[in-house]
Structures are given as structure tokens and as C-alpha cells.
Ligand binder design. Structure first.
Ligand SMILES: Cc1cc2nc3c(=O)[nH]c(=O)nc-3n(C[C@H](O)[C@H](O)[C@H](O)COP(=O)(O)O)c2cc1C
Ligand SMILES: [Mn+2]
Length: 493
């Protein structure tokens, strides 16, 4: 989305639906999946509740009210995506689907997605409260201490940062954690190679300040887009518009000119500069560790704060996988990986799953119907370095089409029985990783070497003698299922 293009600004959204978090919460409440909690503390209670809810599959969302020490109407929401039906609802898909069916349905739904640019509006609910300059105080929000060893309070977890490419105007939304350093000073961490980081780098290389807007709660679909590997150069706003079939309403930020969502809960605008750094971290990360410890990182000097009346801060703290966000993203990112492999032009990829246990990054499995010698390795290498799986990867596995890539036990059975360690594993050195990666040793961190290796495991029957490979002794899936149905009474007591 280039902001330089001519545009018209309308007074107000004329849609019946406002696509806000509040509207979404009404639907969740009607589903019976919203719990209200009164009086819990920001340290440690909200973090503790978030932790067990996020780790429980198919669990309710929770909204905290009357938080001691804060305005009783300022609220915190956690575990938005802790149920497959809430993920489906957010994506505009039917409820009742399992994770793989949901991922496949989603993939069909966004095939040939037509991006819809956002629509500029003059005003919106986010402007109900406007605070500028010295009056800005981020400490008014009930920001939890999410994990015991966190180096501060992280207001940005279920959040996203809006940045613009100074070259072509492309507007990116990315979820990057944000901590409170002081009343108008926020620390934020972006891993190398992420879109927001590349934008910031470009400003800093020109000795310019980097304008940033941050959204701490708003439309759940915008948040999902912001933490998903949407392609380079595509604005997550346009993607959300495309998914919904209606443009996102945005207001031109008075300070930065960045488009900010008109119906967001809490938004800040400000600038980062190369000479303004503070110690960021440690923070409990998606790997299950405080891997990146603490480092000097740029801070955002907040110049303006906007929030709705009775704002809702959205929390989605990362934690040891599998948890809420990892489960949600496995559904989206497995579909993205299938799309990428299709666009690469490799035939007969049957399925793919980016496993929850690896944080949807470190354990990726693709199944293929082999057609020619080298086919399996081609799929393996492409999957390992694809946009949706390259960052912070570890193990990529290719299996034959009779193996369900989402089923860990089937996959590991294939690895155990169809791979020969001496010849089936390719190692890639110095691949794209991150300071978060716990296996990078101190000496390599000291020189800024944030790469790690990959194991690519070919667990398919070797092509040349596949017909001589020992036959599988289990009945075909349909036969087993039919037998199970026929003899179902054996399970009854
Ligand atoms: C709860 C949550 C927290 C995240 N925190 C960070 C973070 O602090 N830094 C980071 O680089 N990526 C973080 N991510 C991952 C990015 O959001 C993700 O890679 C996304 O694709 C980035 O947007 P981009 O592709 O436009 O760069 C987080 C994801 C989630 C779900
Ligand atoms: Mn992006």
C-alpha cells in the first residue's frame, strides 16, 4: 500500500459491521466462550491464568476487570484464540472443524485472494481519548508481568507495529513485543529479517527517525495477520481487507501519517532513532526460554496516545509450545507453506504441517506423492527455506503420501523406519535464525552470529527401490475405520 497514491477520506464508516474487538467479543460471549474475572492482579495473577488457559486445548477467552491499582474499567483480554472455533470465526469459517480441516478450508478460501486497500476515515472510536506530549503515560494501562523473569511489563504481546517502507510506501503490520521503559518510552524487539526491522533499518541508514504506530488491542483478524508470514511487499491491511471482502477503516495518524485502525482499543504514535537505545528483555519467548536474554534495542519515544473509552488491552504472551498462538498459527502457516510449494511449481505435494511442539517453526513436515528421482529432496529443501518456514527452523521432514504430516507419531514412525541416517539427512549450515534461538552458543552471540543449522530428513521410501520396500502391515485407513465403526460396541462398558 503506497500512501502517496491519491485517496479520498470519508467521514465515517458506513458498514453495519464495525469489525472491532468489541463486536468480536459479543460473538465469543454468545458462543459461551468468554469468562469475566474481577479483581485479579497484574502480577502475578493475570499471567498465571493466561499461562494455564493458553496451554489447555479448546479453552475459553478471559477478560479481566476491576484490576487492583488501575481504573476499574480498563481491561485485559487473554487467550483470544484458545479454541479452534474462535480461530474459525475470526477467519469467517464455520465452527466444528478440526485443525487440519480448518487449515485446508482456509487455504481454499484465500486462494487467489484479492487484496483490498484500507479506507481512510476522518474519525473513529480510537480517538475517544487523545493524549499528547508530556501528558502521555503508558503506566495507566493494567499491563501484566507475564512471566516471572521478564525484565519489565510487556504491554505489546497481542499487539502490532505499523511501519512504512521509506522507498515505496509499503505499510507493514508486524507483531513484535513491546515493553514499558517509562511513561512515554517503549522498548521493542524485532528479529533480524522481519519486515518492520527492514523498514527501521532503511530509516536509520539515512540518518532519519523511523515513524512507528503501535496497536495494543483491536480487530483480532488484524492481529492474526500481523503475526503470520504474509508475503514481502503485501500490506497486512490489504490482506485483511481481502479476507473480509471489505476495507479496513484507518485514520491518518496526526504525528506520523501512518494509517491507524479507526476502531482499535489503544494506539500510540512516535519515532525510533538509532541513537536512542535501551536494554530490552529478558522476556519469556515462544521457544519456551528466555533465549535472547537482554540486549540494547531501539526505543519508541511516544508522542501521542489514543484509546477508546474503557479500553481493552489484548495479551498473547508467548510461552513454552504448544500454546494458544502457536496452535492458531500452525493452522495458517501450514496453509501458507502448501501455497508456497505450489507456487514453486513442485508437483504432488499432498499435505504439510508446521508442528505446534516446535512453535510452528522448528518442526515442519511435508508429505508428497513421489514422481521422480530427487523429488523428495526438492520438496524438503524448498520447504526448509520457504518464507513460511525458513526463520528459526530446525528440522524439516518429508514423508510419503500414506503418512499424515500432522500426526507426530505417524511422522516419527516414518522417520524411524524409512530413513537411513547416513544417507537420508542433509545438513544446512548458517541458516536464518534469531537471538531467541537457545542453541546458539555464547561465543557466536558475541560476534552477532545469529544463524543455526538445519536437519532435512528424507523419510520417504527411496525412489529407486520403492516397489521392493517392505509392505506396511497395517490395514488401509478406510478399512480400519470401517472395522472400528462396525465393532464400536467393544468400547462400551
Ligand atoms: C505473541 C507473539 C509475539 C511475537 N513477538 C515477536 C517479537 O517480539 N519479535 C519478532 O520479531 N517477532 C515476533 N513475533 C513473530 C512475528 O509476529 C511474525 O514473524 C510476523 O510474521 C512478523 O511480521 P512480518 O512478517 O510483517 O515481519 C511474535 C508473534 C506472536 C504471535
Ligand atoms: Mn509483513
Amino acid at each position: 500500500m503506497a500512501l502517496t497514491e491519491p485517496r479520498t477520506t470519508i467521514a465515517k464508516s458506513d458498514d453495519a459491521a464495525d469489525h472491532s474487538l468489541r463486536e468480536w467479543l459479543e460473538v465469543v460471549d454468545a458462543l459461551g466462550q468468554l469468562r469475566h474475572i474481577s479483581g485479579a492482579s497484574t502480577d502475578p495473577e493475570i499471567g498465571e491464568v493466561a499461562d494455564f488457559l493458553q496451554h489447555e486445548e479448546q479453552s475459553p477467552a478471559a477478560i479481566f476487570e476491576n484490576i487492583p491499582g488501575y481504573d476499574p474499567m480498563f481491561r485485559v483480554l487473554v487467550n483470544s484464540f484458545g479454541h479452534t472455533d474462535r480461530i474459525a470465526m475470526t477467519l469467517g469459517l464455520p465452527s466444528g472443524l478440526g485443525k487440519v480441516a480448518l487449515s485446508e478450508t482456509w487455504r481454499k478460501r484465500i486462494r487467489n485472494l484479492k487484496y483490498i486497500p484500507p479506507r481512510f476515515v476522518a474519525d473513529g472510536p480510537v480517538m475517544e481519548n487523545v493524549v499528547r506530549g508530556d501528558a502521555v503515560d503508558m503506566n495507566i494501562f493494567p499491563t501484566p508481568k507475564w512471566h516471572t523473569l521478564d525484565g519489565g511489563r510487556y504491554i505489546g504481546t497481542g499487539s502490532f507495529d505499523i511501519t512504512r517502507d521509506p522507498d515505496d510506501g509499503w505499510v507493514n503490520l508486524g507483531t513484535y513485543r513491546v515493553m514499558i521503559h517509562g511513561k512515554d518510552t517503549l522498548g521493542y524487539y524485532i528479529s533480524p529479517g522481519k519486515h518492520g526491522r527492514m523498514h527501521r533499518q532503511k530509516y536509520f541508514e539515512r540518518n532519519e527517525r523511523c515513524p512507528v504506530a503501535m496497536v495494543f488491542g483491536g480487530d483480532p483478524l488484524q492481529f492474526l495477520a500481523s503475526c503470520t508470514e504474509i508475503p514481502l511487499g503485501v500490506s497486512e491491511y490489504e490482506w485483511v481487507g481481502g479476507v473480509r471482502g471489505a476495507p479496513v477503516d484507518v485514520i491518518e495518524g496526526p504525528v506520523t501519517g501512518l494509517p491507524i485502525p479507526a476502531n482499535a482499543e489503544i494506539v500510540v504514535e512516535g519515532f525510533a532513532s538509532a541513537d536512542n537505545m535501551r536494554t530490552e528483555g529478558p522476556f519469556g519467548e515462544w521457544t519456551g526460554y528466555y533465549g535472547s536474554a537482554s540486549r540494547e534495542e531501539p526505543v519508541l519515544k511516544v508522542e501521542a496516545l489514543y484509546y477508546r473509552n474503557n479500553p481493552i488491552l489484548v495479551g498473547a504472551p508467548p510461552a513454552q509450545p504448544p500454546e494458544e498462538m502457536v496452535r492458531a498459527r500452525s493452522i495458517l502457516r501450514s496453509a501458507l507453506l502448501m501455497d508456497e510449494l505450489e507456487r514453486f511449481g513442485v508437483p504432488d505435494v499432498v499435505g504439510a504441517w508446521q508442528h505446534e511442539v516446535g512453535g510452528t517453526r522448528m518442526f515442519t513436515v511435508v508429505s508428497v506423492k513421489q514422481r521422480y528421482p530427487g523429488h523428495a529432496r526438492q520438496v524438503l529443501h524448498l520447504a526448509s527455506q520457504s518464507r513460511s518456514a525458513a526463520y528459526a527452523g530446525r528440522y524439516t521432514v518429508v514423508v510419503d503420501e500414506d503418512i499424515d504430516p500432522s500426526d507426530l507419531e505417524e511422522v516419527m514412525w516414518a522417520v524411524c523406519s524409512r530413513s537411513d541416517p547416513a544417507t537420508s539427512i542433509d545438513i544446512v549450515h548458517r541458516a536464518w535464525s534469531t537471538p531467541l534461538d537457545p542453541i546458539i552458543p555464547p561465543a557466536r552471540r558475541d560476534i552477532g552470529d545469529y544463524t543455526s543449522s538445519r536437519a532435512l530428513i528424507d523419510a520417504t521410501r527411496p525412489w529407486e527401490w520403492r516397489d521392493k520396500f517392505a509392505p506396511v502391515n497395517a490395514p488401509p485407513r478406510e478399512v480400519r475405520e470401517a472395522a472400528r465403526r462396525r465393532w464400536a460396541y467393544l468400547f462400551e462398558r
